[in-house]
Design a protein around this ligand. Structure first.
Ligand SMILES: [Zn+2]
Ligand SMILES: [Zn+2]
Length: 378
């Protein structure tokens, strides 16, 4: 015997049908391909389905317990025909167990839960370097009182006596064509095939309750406004304790007082006096990596930009970081006192700039429109 089906489901060899079913449901919730698309998990999912197919079927279980090959029995043994012949379609399997397809026979009380979304404020430096955050989520979780079964403790769902568990009732009517048989969902059990005489008082039979949990979310470096982080299986648990949907954490980046983000680059403007632009200087700037000196070369023009390479946001995919681009704005002095005026006049004379003609060029954009373009991504 290649596989120990009991070990796969994590139950003992003398486990009851109820224990086997519960163990399977718990694992199926965790490993459902919709919840967890990782190929390794899907392999595991196949295993637990194979194990459950055998152990949930008294005939196959007996063959297996005696050391035989339960799959050689063919489709007739369990009525769950196609399962032995290669697990082609996962959703078929889930449909068979959880009754999501509109197939004949009773439908399952268990359905997959919905996805949920939560918004999370992230500071710029957290987006740049990544972080972990605790978030409070309010979602439906499996009711612990009834383990999602919906029946009060000590009771269980009973086979519906109206449809004898088939979930549908048939009616024979006579017509001129002869007898016509029609089926419709059983009105007593709503097609479930079972009725819950005493619903669980905790969840009123829904199999789930709302609960507030704290989750620790890993925020990777490089997230941006609107980035969604998928937390598989952390969404709403479905009716009947069905597999949980996913939780999406949507990033909302809090505006930074100095830096504006464009892609993975950051932009800011430094205003310097005309003299500093002419003579050159160093301006200390508080970057994401601490204080850096921005080197203003002698003769820097207004509107010039100085890139600090690798001081921007970490690229979300692949390493490396964007740049921090410092845009220079040169301020012309105003309110000159007599001495300053005198000095500037002398300077102008020395440079032969007393009567500049100016240089006119067509269509040159001003600094502000250029900056605006830069931020708008043009
Ligand atoms: Zn309950
Ligand atoms: Zn019924």
């Amino acid at each position: 015997m290649a596989t120990d089906y009991y070990a796969v489901l994590g139950v003992s060899r003398d486990a009851s049908q109820d224990q086997i079913k519960k163990a399977f449901r718990r694992l199926a919730r965790e490993l459902h391909p919709d919840v967890n698309p990782d190929p390794k998990t899907q392999e595991r999912f196949k295993e637990i389905n194979a194990a459950y197919e055998v152990l949930s079927d008294p005939q196959k279980k007996q063959v297996y317990d005696l050391g035989g090959d339960p799959m050689s029995q063919g489709g007739g043994a369990g009525g769950a025909g196609g399962f032995g012949a290669g697990f082609g379609n996962f959703s078929d399997i889930m449909d068979a167990f959880f009754g999501t397809a509109s197939q004949r026979g009773p439908r399952s009380r268990t359905r997959r839960g919905q996805d949920a979304m939560i918004r999370l404020d992230v500071e710029l430096h957290e987006a740049a370097f990544g972080t972990t955050k605790d978030i409070q989520v309010d979602t439906a979780v499996v009711c612990t009182t009834c383990s999602g079964e919906g029946a009060a403790p000590g009771t269980s769902a009973q086979t519906c006596d109206m449809c004898r568990g088939r979930g549908e009732v048939s009616q024979v009517t006579r017509s001129f064509l002869g007898q016509v048989m029609t089926s419709r969902p059983c009105p007593q059990c709503q097609g479930f095939g079972t009725v819950v005489p005493t619903p669980c008082p905790e969840c009123a039979g829904d199999g789930r309750i709302r609960s507030r949990r704290t989750l620790t979310v890993k925020i990777p470096a490089g997230v941006d406004n609107g980035t969604r982080i998928q937390l598989a299986g952390e969404g709403e648990v479905g009716p009947g304790g069905g597999p949980a949907g996913d939780l999406y954490v949507e990033i909302h980046e809090v505006a930074h007082p100095v830096f504006q983000r464009r892609g993975d680059d950051l932009h800011c403007t430094v205003t310097i006096p005309m003299t500093a632009a002419a003579l050159g200087t160093k301006c200390p700037l508080e970057t994401l990596d601490g204080v850096r000196d921005v080197d203003i070369r002698p003769g820097t023009q207004s509107g010039q930009s100085i890139p600090l390479h690798g001081c921007g946001i970490t690229h979300l995919r692949g390493g490396g970081r964007g740049d921090l681009v410092v845009h220079v704005e040169v301020q012309t002095p105003t309110k000159l006192d007599p001495e300053q005026e005198e000095l500037l006049s002398r300077l102008a004379k020395l440079r032969g700039e007393e009567r500049p003609t100016g240089q006119f060029q067509p269509g040159q954009q001003g600094l502000f429109s250029r900056l605006k373009d830069a931020f708008n991504g043009r």
